[in-house]
Design a protein around this ligand. Sequence first.
Ligand code: NAD
Length: 170
Amino acid sequence: MRRGLYLGRFQPYHLGHHQVLIEIAKEVDEIIIGIGSAQKSHEIENPFTAGERVLMVSSALEEIGIKHYVIPIEDIKRNSLWVAHVKSMVPPFEIAYTNNPLVIELLSEAGIEVKQSPLFQRNNYSGTEIRRRMLAGERWEYFVPEKVVDIIRAVDGEKRLAKISQSDQV
Ligand code: NAD
């Protein structure tokens, strides 16, 4: 039994993440997806709640048909303790997948094998670009799995983003 850990904020989960997970599924028996910054929502850079992100990831992953766990992980103020914090929240794993330099450093220092994954269409498959498009009223739906479109629509995600980006200054 080989488990792999994949970490991200998934604001929102998009087709780049999805492609990476399709590749990871070929290498491990089970995937643990850690939803980082779980405490954050209703911010321009973090519009979606941990629960909404759990739904996005799990509904998209059901299509891949691999056993998976989706676990929200709150940030903590001490980077030096973060790996222990993550390990306390998730099932045991043998390998982690990430491209985030801080995450790579913290996991490697803790002796965990880390593998970087290729970036797919980084210009479009990017949380920043998708949130920008939502705010600008441009098409973003092509860049996320169909199930994720449904979840974002169900919570009125575009309207939420528009509201929280407003200023109270005139
Ligand atoms: P993210 O959602 O931005 O990215 C997740 C992964 O997807 C990354 O490896 C990224 O490279 C990859 N990715 C993005 N676009 C892609 C594309 N087009 N194709 C292929 N892959 C793509 O999340 P993140 O910033 O890496 O998440 C790390 C989380 O860990 C954050 O929530 C952060 O707060 C948390 N963290 C917390 C602490 C602490 O609490 N002290 C310390 C370190 C990290």
